[in-house]
Write a protein that binds this ligand. Structure first.
Ligand code: UD1
Ligand code: CA
Length: 472
């Protein structure tokens, strides 16, 4: 009979408040780039192919649970009602982890650990038959971390910052907070933890020496990349971790073909998808579930969130665009502001200082200068003149404007919605359009011009002679 593979459960500790973050929000929900810190260890665990994942919640646990249930179906939530330390945290989930042969413990606030690193920890743990394998790294500034003390007899123990002697504080090898336990060994010691330390907490780190003394071998797996194991305890740590994640994401897109003119000013969120042959000018920010097609170019200092760009589309920077679709070969900007469901069909163009909200622009349609288009549906090949404005809000409701195909909208037209303009219609420049315009008609709605002949001479006569300097 072939040997059964040994089962692994992952417990992610996320019950602590995170006092050092100075925020009402639980530390594990602080945004790392744009997703909660907790999502990164969850991603690493699932990418490592581990299916039995539980998150331990406590401080503002309902909120953390809501996020987990919404975005991580299949991940279990376990409660630690009182937060008495990391040892107490793991003990709180004992009923759950006793089902597995091994337990991987991750900290919800150690987000940058890679799945490859977790796999190497597992390989080491299994091949050495250790009772516990844990990760260490060297920190330039070990302040706040637990120090890994290597004992003369080859054993190890971990001493926390607050309990360390002067000599121990000099140690730079750090406990990363990532452990893979044999659950039988862990069960054998978890009830022996005491809170006999400076903070009066039950430390998970104390299990290391207890296991070493009674249950079996401890294996330390050293990670050469200290950035990977940074603990996000303070706003400074959070900013540093964001920077590391930003570079990782950028590098992976550049490996796939992204031509990024200035990586030092470019930000790309973790859920963005970019086709290989795309150019980003300096200062581009891409967030949400944006998808950028082949041959696109995004102009300098543009910010896009949840934007889909078809092939060969172009944004001239700076522009700010959200929740919108830019069709193949369509163009927007510079200084375009598109939001709340704008749809540009292929080849449509939106230009300088144009704001568009919840509107569709048909194939080849252009709105190139100084306009506000809100709740408008425009057909294909229509030209929207400079300064066109839709009055879509009557003080109570938002009203729609519909403009057909092949129209010519004169500059400075104002549409008082709701209003419908047929195909091939024209509006005279400066018109205030309050009534529908039938197909092929000209809508003109303005005072006719009157010229007063000889005005300059009459002015002089009326004011009693020659104008004095400074008079107009
Ligand atoms: C912990 C380790 C330290 C290590 C460091 C690595 C302990 C005692 N110390 O310190 O050796 O160098 O991580 O980053 O384990 N948590 C709970 N319930 C609790 C307390 C904490 O779920 O009752 C969670 C926190 O939300 C956090 C994780 O456990 O995600 C670690 O707790 P934290 O207080 O941040 O420990 P550190 O002081 O960073
Ligand atoms: Ca921590």
């Amino acid at each position: 009979m072939s040997e059964q593979p040994r089962s692994v459960g992952v417990l992610i500790l996320a019950a602590g408040k995170g006092i050092r973050m100075h925020s009402d929000k639980p530390k594990v929900l602080q945004p790392l780039l744009e997703e909660p810190v907790l999502y990164d260890p969850l991603r690493a665990a699932s990418e490592a192919g581990i299916r039995n994942i539980a998150v331990l919640v406590g401080y503002k646990g309902e909120l953390v649970e809501e996020y987990v249930k919404r975005d991580w179906p299949g991940v279990e939530v376990i409660w630690q009602r009182e937060q008495l330390g990391t040892g107490h945290a793991v003990k709180s989930a004992e009923e759950w982890w006793k089902r597995y042969d091994n337990l991987l413990v991750l900290s919800g606030d150690v987000p940058l650990v890679r799945y490859e690193t977790l796999l190497s920890l597992r390989t080491e743990h299994i091949s050495s038959s250790s009772a516990c394998a844990l990760m260490s790294f060297t920190a330039d500034d070990p302040e706040g971390y637990g120090r890994l003390v290597r004992l003369a007899d080859g054993g190890v123990r971990i001493v926390e910052q607050n309990d360390a002697t002067e000599e121990e504080l000099m140690i730079q090898e750090i406990n990363a907070g990532v452990y893979l336990f044999n659950t039988t060994a862990l069960s054998g010691v978890i009830d022996k933890l005491t809170a006999d330390n400076e903070l009066g907490e039950y430390y998970l780190t104390d299990t290391v020496q207890l296991i070493d003394d009674t249950e079996g071998d401890i294996r330390v797996v050293f990670c050469g990349d200290p950035e990977e194991l940074v603990g996000v305890n303070t706003p400074n740590n959070l900013a540093m971790a964001s920077g590391v994640l930003r570079k990782r994401i950028l590098n992976s897109h550049m490996r796939n073909g992204l031509k990024c003119m200035d990586p030092s000013t470019t930000w790309i969120g973790p859920r963005v998808k970019i086709a290989p042959d795309v150019i980003f000018e300096p200062g581009v920010q891409l967030w949400g579930k944006s998808v950028i097609g082949n041959g696109c170019r995004v102009g300098a200092w543009s910010t896009l969130r949840d934007v889909s760009m078809g092939e060969g589309a172009r944004i001239y920077g700076p522009s700010v665009i959200s929740d919108s679709t830019i069709g193949d070969n369509a163009e927007a900007g510079p200084f375009a502001y598109l939001r709340m469901g704008v749809r540009m069909e292929p080849g449509a163009k939106i230009g300088r200082f144009v704001e568009v909200k919840n509107s569709t622009l048909g194939e080849g349609t252009k709105a190139l200068h100084l306009s506000y288009l809100g709740d408008v549906s425009v057909g294909g090949n229509t030209n929207i003149g400079a300064g066109t404005i839709t009055c879509n809000y009557d003080g109570t409701r938002k009203n729609a404007t519909s403009i057909g195909d092949d129209c010519f909208i004169g500059s400075d037209t104002i549409f008082v919605a709701p209003v419908t303009v047929g195909d091939k219609a024209t509006t005279a420049a400066g018109s205030v359009i309050t009534k529908d315009i039938p197909n092929g008609s000209l809508g003109i709605a303005r005072e006719r011009q009157t010229n007063v002949d000889g005005w300059d001479e009459r002015k002089s006569t009326v004011s009693g002679g020659v104008k004095k300097a400074g008079e107009c």
